[in-house]
Design a protein around this ligand. Structure first.
Ligand SMILES: [Zn+2]
Ligand SMILES: [Zn+2]
Length: 296
């Protein structure tokens, strides 16, 4: 049996253009696997022509999520979240939208692969040719820092997502060689009160580790970070809660004993029980076996 987890704070349903899972399917899996609470964080884009630009309107999001929440009657609890594709050039539009549309929980993320050098493998290869990691990714970190400093989001999603696109051209993005870049962003999170997300999707993608890696989560705590949260970022049925226990383990190892989440008006702490922490830290959590925890 997988270890029960209190929250998966990042899930995409068929209200996202790149996902195909009806909300009820996730809810059934959550009930079966003991994930107590879900944040449905479908995409929204603010650049005309991007896939989630005017894709699912607000009323539909609210209706689908609130009706499901009622049907599932708290097992699991289902929250209306949102994942905003952040762009500094559309920050005004994002600010206006969030001021006029209520969500329980909002993630801000910098996405690649729609415009720019990482939109397809060929342009990515050409972009990376002759560049260092640092040179190839500088524009991404600047954008992430803008997102953090905007103060618009509860959580910054998949902090170092760019490594998904650079790995095949430049190799693994090593923490030690780029600690200064991470420090800059982590300090921004601390200053702005934005939570750091440990996003498990990197475990099923080329980097083979969460966004960001455990060393970054540990450094965040060292720098005074208090707000951290975990999400699977599932887009397919088989990705539900995949690697989520591994993300929790990274959080527990770093010394955190609660997750930071928002349920509408209130930011809340979601406690990690002693039993959960002991299970996570005491047993190997297989990244390749979904969220299975041996010995639990
Ligand atoms: Zn994302
Ligand atoms: Zn996502």
């Amino acid at each position: 049996m997988p270890v029960p987890l209190p929250l998966d704070a990042h899930l995409h349903t068929d209200l996202s253009p790149d996902a195909d899972v009806p909300l009820d399917v996730y809810a059934a899996l959550a009930r079966e696997q003991g994930v107590a609470e879900l944040a449905i964080t479908d995409h929204i884009d603010f650049v005309a022509g991007d896939p989630a630009y005017h894709y699912a309107d607000y009323d539909r999001r609210v209706r689908v999520v609130r009706e499901a929440a009622e049907r599932w009657a708290g097992e699991p609890v289902i929250r209306l979240g949102l994942e905003v594709s952040y762009g500094h050039d559309v920050e005004g539009e994002i600010r206006e939208y969030l001021a006029t549309h209520a969500y329980d929980y909002v993630i801000g993320s910098v996405h690649l692969g729609r415009q720019g050098p990482f939109r397809d493998p060929r342009t990515a290869a050409a972009w990376c040719a002759g560049k260092s990691h640092r040179e190839a990714t500088a524009f991404y970190w600047d954008e992430v820092e803008w997102a953090i400093r905007s103060g618009l989001f509860d959580t910054l999603g998949h902090l170092d997502f760019v490594k998904r696109y650079t790995q095949r051209h430049l190799g693994p993005f090593e923490y030690e060689a780029h600690a200064d870049i991470y420090d800059r962003l982590l300090r921004g999170l601390v200053d702005s009160g934005t939570a750091l997300e440990v996003n498990a999707s990197g475990l099923r993608q080329e980097p083979g580790e969460p966004y960001p890696a455990p060393a970054v989560v540990a450094r965040f705590r060292e720098l005074g970070g208090e707000r951290v949260v975990a999400g699977s970022d599932a887009h397919r049925v088989e990705q539900f809660a995949f690697g989520l226990a591994e993300a929790y383990r990274s959080i527990g190892r770093a010394g955190f004993r609660e997750l930071s989440f928002r349920r509408g008006r209130d930011r809340v702490a979601v406690e990690l029980s002693t039993e959960l922490v002991e299970t996570l830290l005491g047993a190997g959590v297989g990244a390749n076996t979904g969220r299975g925890v041996t010995g639990a």
